[in-house]
Design a protein around this ligand. Structure first.
Ligand code: GLP
Length: 243
């Protein structure tokens, strides 16, 4: 909480625009910066705004590198519900970023442990994440780091909780189609980002938002670790703001 900057936007659209300001400033300062990207419905207004701003000549993504937080285990990159496909459809295909400069964990990795290690190495080779975008799950998960007894350090495989499977079933034909496991950057990977922007919108996130930034730091609320990061900007809307 000490270092968290809190911005309360009127609604989700405005939250997206305010987050876009942070991305625009970062890319202007460092044209080859490394941005950490997230999926879910929360970042969609931001992604629409980033696409519009590049079209308007305000941002240039041609040297930017991107690393995504997570991916479902077992899904091909082309699968309708894979996070790789989500990123292509909602952002990457519409900006000038080079395909070879975008990484998402591989859902169908032959050797999952090696894939996770290589993912960490790639981020390191790029010099680390400059600006990481985060949403939040209703149980406080970030990426797919679910409530645990500890904070997982590196990119790793996780079993999804029933709450997360239930929250994500809206994207699949049936709940049985939702993968039970995923790969995610670890809490350590996320905390190593130089700057973090978290977007939280909607009344259903109010309770978890309060626990995250105004509760105790606890691996049962994985996002609460952000209280210990020294450069977090929380952008929430009026519905999600707990006070
Ligand atoms: C998934 C993603 C998270 C995301 C969360 C919330 O679980 N792995 O990165 O923050 O969903 O999604 P939404 O923004 O749709 O509420």
């Amino acid at each position: 909480m000490l270092h968290t900057r809190i911005i309360v936007a009127k609604n989700a659209e405005e939250a997206g625009k305010l987050a876009a300001d942070v991305f625009e400033a970062e890319i202007q300062k460092k044209p080859a910066c490394v941005i950490g990207l997230a999926t879910g419905s929360t970042p969609l207004p931001l992604y629409r705004e980033l696409i519009a701003r590049e079209k308007a000549g305000k941002i240039d993504f041609s040297r930017v590198r991107s690393a995504n937080l997570d991916e479902y285990k077992g899904l091909e990159p082309t699968h309708e519900q894979s996070y790789r496909k989500f990123m292509q459809d909602n952002l990457l295909d519409h900006i000038s970023i080079k395909p070879e400069n975008t990484i998402v964990p591989l859902g169908k990795a032959e050797d999952p442990d090696k894939m996770c290690e290589d993912y960490e190495k790639k981020i390191e080779e790029w010099g680390g994440v400059d600006l990481q975008l985060l949403g939040i799950g209703h149980d406080g998960h970030i990426g797919f780091n679910e409530p645990e007894d500890y904070f997982p350090a590196m990119t790793h495989e996780v079993q999804l909780t029933d709450m997360t499977i239930d929250a994500n079933k809206r994207f699949f034909d049936s709940i049985d189609d939702v993968p039970r496991a995923a790969f995610t950057m670890g809490i350590g990977t996320i905390m190593a980002a130089k700057k973090i922007v978290m977007i939280v919108t909607g009344a259903d996130k109010k309770e978890i938002l309060k626990k995250t930034f105004w509760g105790k730091v606890d691996p049962q609320v994985p996002a609460s670790i952000l209280q210990f990061h020294n450069d977090v900007t929380l952008i929430c809307d009026e519905e999600a703001y707990p006070f």
